[in-house]
Design a protein around this ligand. Structure first.
Ligand SMILES: Cc1cc2nc3c(=O)[nH]c(=O)nc-3n(C[C@H](O)[C@H](O)[C@H](O)COP(=O)(O)OP(=O)(O)OC[C@H]3O[C@@H](n4cnc5c(N)ncnc54)[C@H](O)[C@@H]3O)c2cc1C
Length: 512
């Protein structure tokens, strides 16, 4: 073979060539892609490291569980690792490319059957390649009264990959890792495992009851390299009879922090079921070019941003949320929420008026089952295609938000970047999700972005905050923060289930 882009670690050219020949025998010539040109769509990493560090050696497109089993047999024989992707749109976390160079991307986009939707229980059993758009169209075509929870990147990604990376959405079921039910997994030795109730022959409750009997194995396969998931059960949100979008504008960070405390209280008492606190800088990033706000060196100065916002009557921070239920339920809950937010100084605006701000309609759609591509506008803000999400987990307390916001804003300013993102407020925790946007065509800026991310990671870890999810370039460092005992356990599990290390080495910093 003379078109090898990268070799798996420790695998000779000759062994790799033999593996490719055997894989072609199983999958057919056109489903084993090698060579730089064919692999382009698997290499757009957007990260602040050279492409070569995440260059796959090949991509395999598979259509059946049986093919995956046979692929794993060959990979074990030649020690060629595979990096599974479902729809491969993990933008800002490494996209479809592997954690380390030389792995073969196992592309399951063509496995896209909606196997079953239970109209009464509101559950769906899906293959990896099913996209949110596809599932939404299925629900519409079959007049099924359910909404999907999906990430803010919209409908081109899919439930499987998002759940497996513990992604976030924005309706009642927005904490995706908490709202899936039952999996089918191919282990490294080609065993096919059905988790939970899926072990019972002719199972009746696989997508209804999560836990089965005995240890709950499903968690082992999230953000993990212990198996390849080929089916997943997803819970769908029953479409409510009515809904109401509202926004709470905050004058400053202190007031936004009180907003976090208020959201926590309202979530813990089930008045609110969803909600984010956004930095207006992020909403602007999706709708505006940075040069319209500021053309100077370094980060946008505080006073420049303050004037830009004031001139347009925009607050620096805002809660965005939707209430679900009957008209009567919403009226009661809106009354409670309005009173609570006004008591801390927030300005509450609902429905039509609230939707008028730039990019706000997108967030409304996120919360009512309408995927859209609006947010990709963030890539025009600065330009240059660099993107890394920095996403620490915080307890849902206003004082913690002030602390971490100031910490990260300080580091972003030190490196000349703009802090843009928001807080996804769940009951007891929140995910602070910030997009580090940079110009990847500039080596100098790319280097600065790398250093900025690393410093944010170190600063958060030292202050007791870990990342909920991280891009492939920083998986090793972010996982170190969770301590030696977790690292050792992960390694023992890996050695037991995948002794040759052929599934996604380096995922979440785990190796054999
Ligand atoms: C503008 C923008 C906004 C975004 N907003 C959000 C957001 O609100 N919430 C959010 O969660 N994300 C967000 N993202 C990130 C990303 O787009 C989504 O998380 C997306 O769902 C991930 O891509 P995917 O679904 O194609 O998963 P994939 O890329 O297919 O999978 C993700 C990872 O999971 C693992 N994996 C996938 N399939 C399997 C399998 N079958 N077996 C074992 N392991 C597997 C792999 O490690 C893979 O890298 C955003 C991105 C952008 C650009």
């Amino acid at each position: 073979m003379d078109n090898i882009t990268a070799l798996p670690k420790g695998v000779s050219k000759a062994a790799f060539a033999r593996a490719i020949t055997e894989l072609r025998g199983v999958l057919g010539e056109s489903n084993v892609i090698t060579g730089a040109a064919g692999l382009v769509s698997y290499t757009k990493i957007m990260l602040a490291v050279p492409d070569s560090e995440h260059q796959p050696s090949a991509a395999l497109t598979v259509t059946t569980v049986d093919q995956i089993q046979r692929v794993l047999e060959i990979c074990n024989k030649y020690r060629t690792p595979v990096w599974p992707i479902s729809t491969g749109r993990n933008f800002g976390y490494g996209s479809a490319a592997p954690a380390t160079a030389g792995q073969l991307v196992l592309d399951m986009r063509k496995m896209n059957a909606i196997i079953e939707v239970d109209a009464e229980l509101g559950t769906a059993l899906l293959e990896p390649g099913v996209t949110y758009v596809q599932l939404n169209e299925y629900l519409a075509a079959n007049s099924l009264p359910y909404w999907l929870s999906f990430p803010s990147s919209g409908g081109l990604a899919g439930p499987m990959g998002n759940i497996l990376d513990r992604g976030t959405g924005y309706n009642r079921y927005g904490e995706h890792a908490a709202n899936f039910c039952g999996m089918e997994v191919v282990l490294a030795d080609s065993t096919v495992l059905r988790t939970g109730m899926g072990g019972i022959p002719d199972t009746t409750a696989w997508q209804a009851y999560r836990w089965g009997l005995g240890p709950w194995a499903d968690g082992l396969f999230l953000q993990s390299n212990l198996g390849i998931v080929t089916k997943i059960g997803v819970w769908l949100m029953k479409r409510p009879p009515a809904h109401l979008f509202f926004m709470v504008a905050y004058a400053d960070l202190d007031m936004a922090a009180r907003g976090v405390d208020t959201m926590r209280e309202l979530r813990l008492s089930n008045v609110l079921e969803t909600g984010v606190i956004g930095l207006t800088t992020y909403v602007l990033a999706a709708t505006t070019r940075r040069s319209e706000i500021y053309q100077g060196e370094g980060s946008i100065p505080v006073e420049v941003m303050a004037k830009y916002l004031a001139d347009r009557g925009l607050p620096p921070f805002a809660t965005l949320s939707v209430l679900y239920g009957t008209e009567a339920q919403i009226a009661v809950n809106f009354g409670i929420a309005k009173q609570a937010f006004e008591a801390i100084g927030g300005t509450v605006i609902s429905s039509g008026d609230a939707l008028a701000g730039p990019g706000i309609a997108h967030w409304h759609q996120n919360m009512v089952g309408v995927p859209n591509l609006h947010e990709f506008g963030i890539y025009n803000f600065r330009g240059g295609g660099g993107s890394m999400w920095f996403a620490p987990v915080l307890p849902a307390r206003g004082q913690e938000v002030i602390k971490v916001y100031r910490l990260l804003d300080g580091i972003f300013r030190q490196y000349g970047f703009d802090l843009a993102g928001g807080f996804v407020v769940h009951g007891r925790h929140l995910e602070m999700i910030v997009s580090l946007l940079f110009d990847r065509t500039s080596a100098e800026e790319t280097g600065r972005a790398y250093d900025c991310f690393q410093q944010c990671l170190q600063a958060c870890t030292s202050a007791g905050y870990g990342l909920y999810r991280v891009n492939t370039a920083f998986m090793q460092q972010a996982s170190e923060a969770y301590g030696p005992a977790q690292k050792a356990l992960n390694r023992r599990l890996k050695r037991a289930l995948d002794p040759n290390g052929i599934i996604a080495p380096g995922k979440s910093g785990v190796y054999v």
